[in-house]
Design a binder for this molecule. Structure first.
Ligand code: C2O
Length: 619
C-alpha cells in the first residue's frame, strides 16, 4: 500500500511537471542602481535588473539565450543547479561550452530536480559584475516550512562599481598593482538599489530569500530588533536556526523566516555592512554600511540609520553548525583526497596571480567537456586536459575529500559546480601572519560532525583551512573556484572531470552549442592544445606566465616600476592614479600595495584615502 502511495505521488509529480520557457537576450542598458552614477550595465531584454527565473521542482527549463551585446561574448551559468545528466548545460565558457558570440544564440534546456534558492550569472571572465545576474527560485510546496510562512520575498545583495569591468580589470591585473589589491566598490546594493523600503504587514511571516549576487565582498545582514530563522542555505533545507546576524559571501544564499511585530508603531532599519577585512584600502568617502528599511507604516520620519556600532558584528551566525533537514550523515572515509594550498604571487610579468598548488588556471583551447567527448579512452587521463586547467579526474561514486589550506590572508568563498559539499572541518581565522594548514594528526582537530552542514559555496577564513566532502555521483566537468570574480580572474580555479566515460555515454551536445564554437572558430575536438591526433601531446597548450626568479618580491617590482617610470609615461597608469606628480604616484602605489618601508624612508603623500588598519594584502 505504502509503495502504491509513493508511486502515485511520483506519478502525480510527473504529470504536474511542466516546461517553463524564457527568452533572455543580454543587452546593454543605462542604469543608476545606487543613485550616484549612471552607467552602462548588462541587462536582459533591454531591462535591468535581469528577471527572476521561477520554476517548480521537476520542471524542464528552456532558455533561449541570445547574446545581444555588440562587443563581447557571453554565456549563462545556473549557479547551484546540478545539471545531473546535462553537464553540457552548465554554462562556463571554455569548460562546458564555447563562448557565445555577439548576435549568436544557444538554448539551455534542462530539468530541475532540486529545490530552493539559486541564481544565474554570466560565466565568461569578468562579466556578471557589470549587472548580468539574477535570482533563480525553485518553488516547493512540499518544503517542511511551506506552511510556516505567509509571503515570500527575494532580496539580492551585492556591491556595486561605477566603472565597467573592462576598465577595472586591466588596472587590477597589472604590473602596477603587484600585490593584487582588489578594486574598491563604491556602494552596497540591496534589492539592486539603495535606501529602499521593504513594506511589510504586521504579524505576518515572510520567507525571505537572501542572495549575494555580488562578486567580491561578503556582507553582514541584520534587521534592527528582529531575529529570524534560517531554513535553507544554497538549496539545502536546514533545521530552523535562530539568528540575528548573518555573514553572506558572494554567491551564498540564505532563506530566512521573519515574523513581523504585532504593531505598526515603528519602522526598523535593515543593516548591511561590507566585511572591511576584505578591502586593502578604505577610501574616506566609502560607506561601509548601508541602511534600508523594514516599513511597517508610511511615516518615513522614523527611518534611521542601522548604526553598526549599536550591533555587535563580531559573532555572526556560524553556518558550520547548521544541520541539514534531511539529516544526511557524514560521508565515509574518502576514496580520493585532494589537498590544495591557496596562495597569491607575482609571475614574471609582475602581475599578481592566484594559485592552487602553484597552478593558476589558464583556459584550454578546447572546452574541457568537448575534450572529454573527443578523447575516447584517453579521457580518463588528466593530462589531456592540459597542465594549466588543473584538472583532476574523479571516479564515479567515489567519496572525494578536498582539503583547502589558505596561505593567503583573504577570505575566500569556494564554490563547486555540479555539487554541494559537506563541510566537516573549518578552522578559525589565523589572521595575517600565521597560515595554518590542516593537520589530520593534530589532537586539536574537533571531531567531524555526524551530520555536517552542506552547501555549494563555503568560505575559507584568512590563513585557515577547511575540509570538504562530496560523492562523485554526478558525471560532468565541474569547476571548483573562488567566487570572488577578481580571484577567478587571477586563476583561483581547478577543474574536476567526473566520470568521463559516463559523460561520453550520456552527453549529446545540441547543434546550436556546436554552432557557437564554429562562429568563433573555437576547436571542438582534441586535448587542451586542440591536438586530436595525439591526445598526450600538449605542444601549443595555453600556459601560465613563468615564475619570477627566486628572491623577487612585490616590493622589488614596485622598485622596478619606479626605475622605469619615465619609460612608462603615457602608457595609461598615470591616468589610473589620477596623479599630477610622480612622487605622489609612487606613494600611492606603495600605499595601495601595502609595501613596507625601511625606517629611513617616509611617505609624503597628500591623499584623500586612508589605509585600512587591518590591511589584508596578498603577499
Ligand atoms: Cu556562480 Cu563558477 O559560478
Amino acid at each position: 500500500m505504502k509503495s502504491f502511495v509513493v508511486l502515485l505521488l511520483a506519478f502525480m509529480a510527473m504529470v504536474s511537471a511542466k516546461t517553463v520557457t524564457y527568452n533572455l537576450t543580454a543587452t546593454w542598458v543605462q542604469a543608476n542602481p545606487d543613485g550616484c552614477h549612471e552607467r552602462r550595465v548588462i541587462g536582459v531584454n533591454n531591462v535591468w535588473p535581469p528577471p527572476t527565473i521561477e520554476v517548480d521542482k521537476g520542471d524542464t527549463l528552456v532558455v533561449h539565450f541570445t547574446n545581444g551585446l555588440d562587443d563581447r561574448n557571453s554565456t549563462i551559468h545556473w549557479h547551484g543547479l546540478y545539471q545531473n545528466g546535462t553537464a553540457d548545460m552548465d554554462g562556463p565558457s571554455m569548460v562546458s561550452q564555447c563562448p557565445v558570440a555577439p548576435g549568436a544564440s544557444v538554448v539551455y534546456n534542462f530539468t530541475v530536480n532540486q529545490n530552493g534558492t539559486y541564481w544565474y550569472h554570466a560565466h565568461v571572465p569578468s562579466q556578471y559584475p557589470d549587472g548580468f545576474r539574477g535570482a533563480f527560485i525553485v518553488h516547493d510546496k512540499e518544503a517542511y516550512f511551506a506552511d510556516m510562512y505567509d509571503e515570500e520575498l527575494v532580496l539580492p545583495l551585492s556591491e556595486w562599481y561605477h566603472d565597467e569591468m573592462q576598465v577595472l580589470v586591466p588596472k587590477f591585473m597589472s604590473l602596477y598593482n603587484p600585490s593584487g589589491a582588489e578594486p574598491i566598490p563604491q556602494n552596497l546594493l540591496f534589492n539592486e538599489t539603495m535606501n529602499s523600503t521593504i513594506h511589510v504587514k504586521p504579524n505576518t511571516t515572510y520567507l525571505i530569500r537572501l542572495i549575494n549576487i555580488g562578486a567580491f565582498v561578503s556582507q553582514y545582514f541584520w534587521i534592527e530588533d528582529h531575529d529570524f530563522q534560517i531554513v535553507e542555505v544554497d538549496g539545502v533545507y536546514t533545521e530552523p536556526s535562530t539568528a540575528d546576524l548573518i555573514y553572506i559571501t558572494a554567491a551564498q544564499r540564505y532563506s530566512i523566516l521573519l515574523t513581523t511585530k504585532n504593531t505598526t508603531d515603528k519602522n526598523y532599519a535593515i543593516g548591511t555592512r561590507m566585511d572591511d577585512n576584505m578591502l586593502d584600502l578604505i577610501p574616506e568617502d566609502l560607506l561601509l554600511n548601508q541602511t534600508n528599511w523594514l516599513g511597517y507604516n508610511d511615516d518615513k520620519s522614523d527611518y534611521h540609520n542601522a548604526d553598526p556600532s549599536l550591533k555587535d558584528l563580531t559573532a555572526p551566525f556560524d553556518d558550520f553548525y547548521l544541520v541539514p533537514h534531511d539529516k544526511q550523515g557524514i560521508l565515509p572515509e574518502p576514496d580520493h583526497e585532494i589537498v590544495v594550498d591557496v596562495s597569491m604571487d607575482n609571475l614574471d610579468d609582475g602581475v599578481n596571480y592566484a594559485f592552487f598548488n602553484n597552478i593558476t588556471y589558464t583556459r584550454p583551447k578546447v572546452p574541457t567537456l568537448y575534450t572529454v567527448l573527443s578523447a575516447g579512452d584517453d579521457a580518463t587521463n588528466s593530462l589531456v586536459y592540459g597542465e594549466f586547467t588543473h584538472t583532476v579526474v574523479l571516479e564515479h561514486m567515489d567519496v572525494i575529500q578536498i582539503v583547502v589550506n589558505n596561505a593567503d590572508t583573504g577570505t575566500h568563498p569556494f564554490h563547486l559546480h555540479g555539487h554541494e559539499f559537506q563541510v566537516i572541518n573549518r578552522s578559525p581565522s589565523y589572521g595575517d601572519d600565521d597560515p595554518t594548514p590542516y593537520d589530520p594528526e593534530s589532537s586539536d582537530n574537533p571531531p567531524f560532525p555526524d551530520i555536517p552542514m552542506r552547501r555549494d559555496t563555503v568560505y575559507l577564513r584568512p590563513s585557515g583551512h577547511m575540509v570538504l566532502r562530496f560523492r562523485a555521483d554526478n558525471p560532468g566537468v565541474w569547476l571548483f573556484h573562488c567566487h570572488i570574480e577578481w580571484h577567478l580572474e587571477q586563476g583561483l580555479v581547478l577543474t574536476f572531470v567526473e566520470a568521463p566515460k559516463i559523460i561520453q555515454e550520456q552527453t549529446n551536445v545540441r547543434p546550436d552549442h556546436w554552432a557557437a564554437c564554429a562562429d568563433l572558430s573555437v576547436p571542438t575536438t582534441g586535448n587542451a592544445a586542440a591536438n586530436s591526433a595525439n591526445f598526450l601531446d600538449l605542444t601549443g597548450q595555453n600556459a601560465q606566465v613563468i615564475f619570477l626568479p627566486a628572491g623577487f618580491t612585490a616590493r622589488g617590482i614596485v622598485a622596478l616600476v619606479f626605475s622605469c617610470i619615465s619609460a612608462f609615461i603615457g602608457m595609461g597608469f598615470i591616468a589610473w592614479y589620477g596623479a599630477s606628480d610622480l612622487s605622489n604616484t609612487e606613494a600611492k602605489i606603495i600605499l595601495k600595495n601595502g609595501v613596507e618601508l625601511n625606517d629611513d624612508q617616509e611617505l609624503d603623500i597628500q591623499d584623500t584615502e586612508t589605509v585600512n588598519p587591518h590591511l589584508a594584502h596578498h603577499n
